[in-house]
Design a binder for this molecule. Structure first.
Ligand code: PNS
Length: 163
């Protein structure tokens, strides 16, 4: 059985992430979506909220599993029985960081490889921070996140502003 792991912060999940998830899920028998739970690097969405949003937007993809992890990604990959990390590449600006991440992971675990999927050009400008920013001003995020989570994203972003 061929498994892959797609890690990220997903703060929150975007249509760009979802596009990578669909394509990655076609490449493997099981795709583990691994949400970084980092207590020192708090995001706007709690880990439970990110898990919930990701589960809802992937409920129609049968070979996807959503989990959270703390610690090293390579350890999480081994724990879930995969040696294939999948990451999306939006633009050349992503490249340096992604290369460093992939090479660090390779140094830590030479048996683990990273595969890059190029982001659909439709979403090449899109990021979770763009979603948070536009939502915080009440802008239209319907081109940025799946329809079924739009209301929750506004609600959570507004809650963050009250803090
Ligand atoms: O969506 P992001 O924030 O670009 O995802 C980054 C992520 C979660 C893939 C990366 O920060 C990560 O793997 N963190 C876990 C700690 C780790 O293993 N770091 C790799 C060595 S620098």
């Amino acid at each position: 059985m061929r498994k892959g792991i797609y890690p990220g912060s997903f703060d929150p999940v975007t249509l760009g992430h979802l596009d990578i998830i669909h394509r990655a899920a076609d490449l493997v028998d099981e795709l583990v979506i691994a949400i970084l739970h980092n207590s020192s690097k708090k995001g706007l969405f709690t880990t439970e909220e990110r898990i919930d949003l990701l589960k809802r937007v992937t409920e129609d993809i049968p070979n996807v599993k959503v989990i959270s992890f703390d610690g090293l990604l390579v350890d999480c990959a081994i724990q879930y029985g995969t040696k294939t990390i999948i990451r999306g590449l939006r633009a050349v600006t992503d490249f340096e960081y992604e290369l460093q991440l992939a090479q660090t992971n390779k140094r830590l675990r030479p048996d683990i490889d990273t595969i890059f999927l190029t982001t659909n050009v439709k979403y090449s400008y899109l990021s979770s921070s763009v979603v948070r920013e536009v939502a915080s001003y009440g802008g239209d995020i319907s081109h940025f996140v799946p329809e079924k989570i739009i209301d929750d994203v506004y609600k959570i972003v507004k809650r963050g502003e009250k803090k």
